[in-house]
Ligand binder design. Structure first.
Ligand code: HPA
Length: 270
């Protein structure tokens, strides 16, 4: 694993002079944050050794290096999902690479279905904790103690100082921000009404199909994590509506400026 990471890092360093401080992973319908990045280098995933080979994303997936609000960042334009058929280790490999490129913090975003009855479509939720319902874990297999511990602690997975800073930024800008627990399921089907009810009963505020594998890998390597979810639909009794991928993208696009504002300011405080 370490050999593969080093090989990929060496390749990337031969292609860009940017030394990123923050790594960013953007979710469904939330890719426009890259418009705010002054791009220095963009490397298509297809050119990066050991990166997962994407069949679904086509030519779109790329690793972008540049500055966001003056801060050196690396952003994944397009993420890999478990439901696309990648292994947990494959889809989270880019996070390992970003860590070894020198990032000090990982910022992630995603779209999710709200199950907290007070939530509305378009809400922004800062993730304070997660529940892994994917039935899998990217750390399964032989552990390399040089990279991280066999049994990583998962308290304070979502960095409290970053959450406080983000809440202050939101308040200052008049952005209403929720906080809550993200449950991850594999997808690709959306949840049944009973499944939405179940995730709410066990303590989640929203449910989605990403983020948790990447966060686990980041915490394995000791990287502080900040993650935001955009509530794009509701799985709440009385509010449940049928949901399509198009509606998810639309709702994410609508809420994106609020999220962009928060992340753009947050990176300067990291
Ligand atoms: N469920 C799972 N994933 C999602 C949802 C949802 O309702 N909305 C956006 N991503």
């Amino acid at each position: 694993m370490l050999e593969k990471i080093n090989q990929t890092v060496a390749f990337i360093k031969s292609r860009t002079t940017v030394e990123p401080r923050v790594g960013i992973v953007l979710g469904t319908g939330l890719g426009n944050l890259t418009d705010e990045i002054k791009i220095v280098t963009a490397i298509p995933y297809t050119e990066i050794p050991n990166f997962p080979v994407s069949t679904v994303m086509g030519h779109k997936g790329q690793l972008v290096f540049g500055t966001l609000n003056g801060i050196n960042v690396v952003a994944m334009q397009g993420r890999f999902h478990f439901y696309e058929g990648y292994s947990m280790q494959e889809l989270s490999f880019p996070i390992r690479v970003m860590k070894y490129l020198g990032i000090k913090t990982l910022v992630l975003s995603n779209a999710s279905g709200g199950v907290n009855p007070t939530f509305e479509v378009g809400d922004i939720m800062i993730i304070t904790d997660h529940i892994n319902l994917m039935g899998n874990n990217p750390l399964i297999g032989k552990n390399n103690d040089e990279i991280g511990p066999r049994f990583p602690d998962m308290h304070d997975t979502y960095d409290k100082a970053l959450i406080s800073k983000a809440l202050l930024i939101a308040e200052k800008n008049g952005i209403r921000c929720r906080q809550g627990v993200y449950a991850a399921m594999t997808g690709p089907c959306f949840e049944t009404p009973s499944e939405y009810k179940y995730v709410h009963i066990i303590g989640a505020d929203c449910v989605g199909m990403s983020t948790v594998p990447e966060v686990i890998v980041a915490r394995h390597m000791g990287l502080p994590v900040f993650a935001v979810s955009i509530i794009t639909d509701l799985g709440i009794i009385g509010k449940v509506v049928e949901v399509s991928h198009e509606e998810v993208i639309q709702a994410a696009n609508n809420a994106e400026p609020k999220m962009t504002k928060i992340i753009k300011e947050l990176v300067t405080l990291i």
